[in-house]
Design a protein around this ligand. Sequence first.
Ligand code: MG
Length: 246
Amino acid sequence: MEKEKPGYDDTPIIPGSNYRVHDKERPYPPVISPGTASTQEQAGKPPSDAKILFDGESISGWVHLDGRPAEWKVENGYMEVMPKTGNIKSKQEFGDCQMHIEWATPEKVEGESQGRGNSGVFMMGIYEIQVLDSYNNITYADGSAASIYGQYPPLVNACRKPGEWQSYDVVWISPRFEGERVISPAVITLFHNGILVHHCQKLIGPTAHRQVLPYKKHSLIGPLMLQDHGNPVRYRNIWYRPIVGI
Ligand code: MG
């Protein structure tokens, strides 16, 4: 005989839901393996249900904006910006998600302000989370590491030393459009090295240098784009998990 499921069938319906409080019939959350944390020496293991964008071995899932294969260097489990080859974007496109990426600015400190360890992580290819060596490097606040470029500085500067691996964990909600009009903006929550630096922050529109730009209608999904800003910044362990309800 099948074992009776724990729960109730005589409790109130939860408002806005098809289920009762502690409903026996409510589906259980899928079981996943949560993976492992990274160390400075080695990238961790992504959760078992993650969609992998870069596994440390192959850059074949990435192209330059004109479609040619990504020319960035891959070695020792990371990819590195090959200056002057241009930005790269993932072939995979996705929308609302949890996204993880690790990066390191060059150990040898060169340049200052926006010229030191500059790159960027563009959600949907449009909205930049700044990557910069912001360790003892003064620049305008909304252009420092973990800023939403040109819009919001991070709540704190949680930067590690140049050459050390750092992480961004993003919760991303894509903007929604009705016709040409934006009806809900992009919303970002960001952890830098595990530290909350943006909480449910509503983006003003696409990010840009010295400009405020209005939203321009686009699809609910887009690629992840990484910036070639002329500095050999490294990336590893890039994955996302679409946000799906149960
Ligand atoms: Mg940048």
